[in-house]
Design a protein around this ligand. Structure first.
Ligand code: HSX
Ligand code: HSX
Length: 208
Protein backbone atom coordinates (compact mmCIF):
# COMPACT_ATOMS: atom_id res chain seq x y z
CA UNK A 1 0.00 0.00 0.00
CA UNK A 2 1.08 3.55 -0.69
CA UNK A 3 0.81 6.49 1.68
CA UNK A 4 1.60 9.93 0.32
CA UNK A 5 2.22 12.69 2.88
CA UNK A 6 -0.51 15.35 2.96
CA UNK A 7 0.38 17.86 0.24
CA UNK A 8 0.37 20.91 2.51
CA UNK A 9 1.75 24.29 1.40
CA UNK A 10 4.56 23.75 3.95
CA UNK A 11 5.61 20.45 2.38
CA UNK A 12 5.41 21.83 -1.16
CA UNK A 13 7.55 24.80 -0.09
CA UNK A 14 10.20 22.44 1.32
CA UNK A 15 10.13 20.34 -1.84
CA UNK A 16 10.43 23.43 -4.01
CA UNK A 17 13.64 24.40 -2.23
CA UNK A 18 15.30 21.01 -2.67
CA UNK A 19 14.20 20.68 -6.31
CA UNK A 20 15.77 24.04 -7.20
CA UNK A 21 19.09 23.48 -8.95
CA UNK A 22 20.41 26.71 -7.36
CA UNK A 23 19.95 25.42 -3.81
CA UNK A 24 23.34 24.90 -2.19
CA UNK A 25 24.34 21.85 -0.18
CA UNK A 26 23.79 23.32 3.30
CA UNK A 27 20.22 24.30 2.47
CA UNK A 28 19.63 21.07 0.61
CA UNK A 29 20.60 19.08 3.70
CA UNK A 30 18.62 21.28 6.09
CA UNK A 31 15.38 21.29 4.11
CA UNK A 32 15.52 17.67 2.99
CA UNK A 33 16.02 16.76 6.67
CA UNK A 34 12.78 18.51 7.51
CA UNK A 35 10.93 16.36 4.97
CA UNK A 36 12.71 13.24 6.24
CA UNK A 37 11.47 14.01 9.76
CA UNK A 38 7.91 14.14 8.47
CA UNK A 39 8.39 10.80 6.70
CA UNK A 40 9.79 9.18 9.84
CA UNK A 41 6.92 10.48 11.97
CA UNK A 42 4.42 9.19 9.43
CA UNK A 43 6.23 5.83 9.37
CA UNK A 44 5.99 5.61 13.18
CA UNK A 45 2.23 6.10 12.84
CA UNK A 46 2.08 2.64 11.31
CA UNK A 47 3.63 0.86 14.28
CA UNK A 48 1.51 -0.95 16.85
CA UNK A 49 0.79 0.63 20.24
CA UNK A 50 -0.67 -0.75 23.42
CA UNK A 51 -2.69 0.89 26.15
CA UNK A 52 -0.62 2.75 28.73
CA UNK A 53 -1.93 4.81 31.63
CA UNK A 54 -0.01 7.66 33.27
CA UNK A 55 -0.67 10.16 36.05
CA UNK A 56 -0.41 13.84 35.15
CA UNK A 57 1.06 16.53 37.49
CA UNK A 58 -2.55 17.37 38.41
CA UNK A 59 -2.96 13.93 39.92
CA UNK A 60 -5.33 12.80 37.21
CA UNK A 61 -4.92 9.61 35.28
CA UNK A 62 -4.66 9.62 31.52
CA UNK A 63 -5.41 6.52 29.50
CA UNK A 64 -2.89 6.73 26.67
CA UNK A 65 -0.76 4.40 24.60
CA UNK A 66 2.87 3.53 24.12
CA UNK A 67 4.84 1.97 21.30
CA UNK A 68 5.03 -1.76 21.37
CA UNK A 69 7.13 -2.80 18.38
CA UNK A 70 10.91 -2.76 18.15
CA UNK A 71 12.27 -1.01 15.13
CA UNK A 72 15.41 -0.74 13.10
CA UNK A 73 16.41 1.48 10.20
CA UNK A 74 17.99 0.04 7.08
CA UNK A 75 19.58 2.46 4.66
CA UNK A 76 20.35 1.78 1.03
CA UNK A 77 23.79 3.27 0.49
CA UNK A 78 24.79 5.79 -0.49
CA UNK A 79 21.77 8.11 -0.72
CA UNK A 80 19.76 6.36 2.00
CA UNK A 81 22.43 7.17 4.59
CA UNK A 82 21.30 10.79 4.36
CA UNK A 83 18.05 9.73 6.06
CA UNK A 84 19.69 8.09 9.09
CA UNK A 85 19.99 11.31 11.11
CA UNK A 86 16.30 12.09 10.66
CA UNK A 87 15.49 8.65 12.02
CA UNK A 88 17.89 9.09 14.95
CA UNK A 89 16.32 12.48 15.73
CA UNK A 90 13.04 10.64 16.38
CA UNK A 91 14.35 7.31 17.77
CA UNK A 92 17.44 7.95 19.86
CA UNK A 93 19.07 4.54 20.19
CA UNK A 94 17.74 3.04 16.99
CA UNK A 95 19.73 0.25 15.37
CA UNK A 96 20.68 0.80 11.75
CA UNK A 97 21.52 -1.76 9.10
CA UNK A 98 23.16 -0.99 5.77
CA UNK A 99 22.69 -2.39 2.32
CA UNK A 100 25.00 -1.23 -0.47
CA UNK A 101 23.28 -1.43 -3.83
CA UNK A 102 24.44 0.47 -6.85
CA UNK A 103 22.39 1.04 -9.96
CA UNK A 104 24.24 0.53 -13.23
CA UNK A 105 23.70 3.86 -14.99
CA UNK A 106 23.75 2.18 -18.42
CA UNK A 107 21.22 -0.56 -17.81
CA UNK A 108 19.45 0.80 -14.66
CA UNK A 109 19.93 -2.69 -13.17
CA UNK A 110 20.76 -2.74 -9.43
CA UNK A 111 23.75 -4.66 -8.13
CA UNK A 112 24.14 -5.81 -4.53
CA UNK A 113 27.62 -5.25 -3.04
CA UNK A 114 27.29 -5.53 0.72
CA UNK A 115 24.88 -5.77 3.60
CA UNK A 116 25.19 -5.68 7.38
CA UNK A 117 22.04 -5.94 9.46
CA UNK A 118 21.22 -6.26 13.19
CA UNK A 119 21.08 -9.99 14.02
CA UNK A 120 17.59 -9.76 15.52
CA UNK A 121 16.18 -7.95 12.50
CA UNK A 122 13.48 -10.58 11.93
CA UNK A 123 11.89 -9.50 15.24
CA UNK A 124 11.82 -5.82 14.30
CA UNK A 125 9.84 -3.41 12.22
CA UNK A 126 12.10 -2.16 9.46
CA UNK A 127 12.14 1.42 8.21
CA UNK A 128 13.82 1.06 4.83
CA UNK A 129 15.47 4.33 3.83
CA UNK A 130 16.14 5.57 0.31
CA UNK A 131 15.19 9.08 -0.80
CA UNK A 132 14.51 8.14 -4.44
CA UNK A 133 12.37 5.36 -5.87
CA UNK A 134 12.85 5.45 -9.66
CA UNK A 135 12.31 2.07 -11.32
CA UNK A 136 11.97 0.43 -7.90
CA UNK A 137 14.77 -2.00 -8.73
CA UNK A 138 17.21 -1.00 -5.97
CA UNK A 139 14.66 -0.96 -3.15
CA UNK A 140 13.17 -4.19 -4.41
CA UNK A 141 16.57 -5.86 -4.17
CA UNK A 142 16.91 -4.52 -0.62
CA UNK A 143 13.52 -6.00 0.25
CA UNK A 144 14.72 -9.39 -1.04
CA UNK A 145 17.71 -9.19 1.30
CA UNK A 146 15.41 -8.36 4.23
CA UNK A 147 13.02 -11.19 3.38
CA UNK A 148 15.92 -13.65 3.25
CA UNK A 149 16.78 -12.52 6.80
CA UNK A 150 13.24 -13.41 7.88
CA UNK A 151 11.62 -9.97 7.89
CA UNK A 152 7.94 -10.21 6.97
CA UNK A 153 6.81 -7.97 4.14
CA UNK A 154 4.12 -6.34 6.28
CA UNK A 155 6.78 -5.24 8.77
CA UNK A 156 8.68 -3.22 6.20
CA UNK A 157 7.96 0.49 5.78
CA UNK A 158 9.78 1.96 2.80
CA UNK A 159 10.33 5.69 3.38
CA UNK A 160 11.25 7.84 0.45
CA UNK A 161 11.05 11.48 -0.63
CA UNK A 162 10.25 11.17 -4.31
CA UNK A 163 8.84 8.22 -6.18
CA UNK A 164 7.97 7.72 -9.82
CA UNK A 165 4.58 6.21 -10.71
CA UNK A 166 6.55 3.26 -12.17
CA UNK A 167 8.46 2.75 -8.90
CA UNK A 168 5.24 2.86 -6.89
CA UNK A 169 3.54 0.40 -9.24
CA UNK A 170 6.53 -1.94 -8.94
CA UNK A 171 5.99 -2.25 -5.18
CA UNK A 172 2.21 -2.38 -5.33
CA UNK A 173 2.33 -5.39 -7.64
CA UNK A 174 5.40 -7.16 -6.28
CA UNK A 175 4.96 -6.56 -2.55
CA UNK A 176 1.28 -5.80 -1.90
CA UNK A 177 1.68 -6.01 1.89
CA UNK A 178 4.68 -3.69 2.09
CA UNK A 179 3.93 -0.09 2.99
CA UNK A 180 5.50 2.68 0.91
CA UNK A 181 5.49 6.11 2.52
CA UNK A 182 6.51 8.88 0.19
CA UNK A 183 6.43 12.67 0.22
CA UNK A 184 5.76 13.07 -3.48
CA UNK A 185 4.93 11.08 -6.60
CA UNK A 186 6.52 12.70 -9.65
CA UNK A 187 5.53 12.67 -13.34
CA UNK A 188 7.70 9.78 -14.45
CA UNK A 189 11.11 8.68 -15.67
CA UNK A 190 13.23 10.08 -18.47
CA UNK A 191 15.10 7.95 -21.02
CA UNK A 192 17.93 7.41 -18.49
CA UNK A 193 15.47 6.29 -15.80
CA UNK A 194 15.92 9.47 -13.76
CA UNK A 195 12.85 10.77 -11.97
CA UNK A 196 11.41 13.92 -13.59
CA UNK A 197 10.99 16.71 -12.69
CA UNK A 198 12.86 15.22 -9.70
CA UNK A 199 15.77 16.91 -7.98
CA UNK A 200 18.80 15.37 -9.66
CA UNK A 201 21.03 12.85 -7.90
CA UNK A 202 20.14 13.01 -4.21
CA UNK A 203 23.43 11.46 -3.06
CA UNK A 204 25.48 13.97 -5.06
CA UNK A 205 23.48 16.91 -3.78
CA UNK A 206 23.65 15.75 -0.15
CA UNK A 207 27.19 14.35 0.04
CA UNK A 208 28.95 16.15 -2.82
C1 HSX B 1 12.47 0.94 19.86
O1 HSX B 1 13.66 0.60 19.15
C2 HSX B 1 12.61 2.36 20.30
O2 HSX B 1 11.85 3.24 19.51
C3 HSX B 1 14.08 2.66 20.19
O3 HSX B 1 14.35 3.88 19.57
C4 HSX B 1 14.67 1.55 19.39
C5 HSX B 1 15.86 0.98 20.10
O4 HSX B 1 15.76 -0.41 20.34
P1 HSX B 1 17.09 -1.24 20.71
O5 HSX B 1 17.87 -1.33 19.46
O6 HSX B 1 17.80 -0.48 21.79
O7 HSX B 1 16.55 -2.57 21.20
O8 HSX B 1 11.34 0.74 19.06
C1 HSX C 1 19.46 6.26 -6.69
O1 HSX C 1 19.06 5.18 -7.53
C2 HSX C 1 18.57 6.17 -5.46
O2 HSX C 1 19.09 6.65 -4.28
C3 HSX C 1 18.19 4.71 -5.40
O3 HSX C 1 19.06 3.92 -4.63
C4 HSX C 1 18.20 4.29 -6.84
C5 HSX C 1 16.80 4.40 -7.38
O4 HSX C 1 16.74 3.87 -8.64
P1 HSX C 1 15.84 2.60 -8.97
O5 HSX C 1 16.61 1.38 -8.59
O6 HSX C 1 14.56 2.77 -8.22
O7 HSX C 1 15.66 2.72 -10.45
O8 HSX C 1 20.80 6.21 -6.42
Amino acid sequence: TVHVLPQTPQLIALLTIIRDKNTQRGDFIFYSNRIIRLLVEEGLNHLPVKEHEVTTPLGRSYAGVRFEGKICGVSIMRAGESMEQGLRDCCRSVRIGKILIQRDEETAQPKLFYHKLPNDIADRWVLLLDPMNATGGSASMAVQVLKEKGVAEERILFLNLIASPEGIEHFASKYPKLRVITAFIDEGLDDKNYIVPGLGDFGDRHFG
